[in-house]
Design a protein around this ligand. Structure first.
Ligand code: CP
Length: 305
């Protein structure tokens, strides 16, 4: 039985095959309408979500399966003190596969030790978000036609941004990747990401606080929200939350074919005037999320079209 806790649980060939399958689902959705008939997906969300939970549910319904679950810890018996381990042993008796989001780093990994069915990490604290990464990779490949030889700028909250950590890990598998880390000093990429991923894989990277200075070299600009829910101090959040706001003026030095991504939700970091720019790909990215999660569910349930 396979789980997806960290994007590096999959080989590069497995990731590429998932993206190929997602492309085929987009081209031929009718082929996949019943492949998960009689299968049940449980979505256990101990933290808020719009895209991840609903795209998982939409994905399973589009494969002919069913969904059950909860969208907040307080409507589950976690609010009475039930452990993750016990919750998972219960829910794996009711479902064939589980997508789980939890505020504590490592909770989905703990769940995978006690589960009788595949566990998908749908985001664990400020750690990882591997299915967002599959979404990001599919979007990049569809927009740029490749996953190598790209200069990727990550801008905003690189400390708590779990989507950033997972995508950098995944990009370490591809060649010719240059990373530009754009953040305030307080929200820099954690040291473990630099030593265990960037340095270990000899990846080219640099750090800057200046988005405009970095803009002209980027093929991809990955904007992120400052993660209010991870701050211990409200004053720090207020001081840092609007560190970067992407505007049409700042886009003047960007490449004509630069691709702007954002895992969403957006707060202020991308001005709505950018939404009409053909380089704004974040709503296409949202759509990719459903198709790649369909491919992932099929892989973990070992079903074929
Ligand atoms: N990108 C993402 O994880 O969005 P949600 O928090 O809405 O699921």
């Amino acid at each position: 039985m396979r789980h997806l806790i960290d994007i590096l649980d999959f080989t590069t060939d497995e990731i590429d095959a998932l993206l190929d399958r997602a492309d085929d689902i987009i081209a031929n959705p009718e082929k996949y309408q019943e492949v998960c008939k009689h299968k049940k997906l449980a979505t256990l969300f101990f933290e808020p979500s719009t895209r991840t939970r609903l795209s998982f549910e939409s994905a399973m319904l589009s494969l002919g399966g069913s969904v059950l679950g909860f969208s907040e810890a307080k409507s589950s018996s976690a609010s009475k003190g039930e452990s993750v381990s016990d919750t998972i042993q219960v829910v794996s008796a009711y479902s064939d596969i589980i997508a789980m989001r939890h505020p504590k780093e490592g909770a989905p990994l703990v769940a995978s030790f006690r589960s009788g069915v595949p566990i998908i990490n749908a985001g664990d604290g400020g750690h990882f978000h591997p299915t967002q990464t599959l979404t990001d990779l599919l979007t990049i490949r569809r927009e740029k036609g490749r996953l190598d030889n790209l200069t990727v700028g990550f801008c905003g909250d690189l400390k708590f941004g779990r989507t950033v950590h997972s995508l950098i890990s995944a990009l370490s598998r591809y060649t010719g990747i240059k990373i530009v880390l754009i953040s305030p000093d307080e929200l820099k990429l954690p040291t473990y990401m630099k030593t265990d991923v960037l340095d270990k894989n000899n990846m080219s990277y640099r750090e800057t606080t200046d988005l405009v200075e970095a803009m002209k070299e980027l093929d991809i600009l990955y904007m992120t929200r400052v993660q209010q829910e991870r701050f211990f101090n409200e004053a720090d959040y207020i001081r840092l939350k609007d560190s970067y706001i992407l505007t049409a003026k700042k886009m003047e030095s960007a490449k004509e074919d630069m691709c702007i991504l954002h895992p969403l939700p957006r707060v202020n970091e991308i001005s709505v005037e950018i939404d009409d720019d053909p380089r704004a790909c974040y709503f296409k990215q949202v759509a990719c999320g459903k198709f790649v999660r369909m491919a992932l569910i099929m892989k973990l349930l070992e079903v074929e079209a």
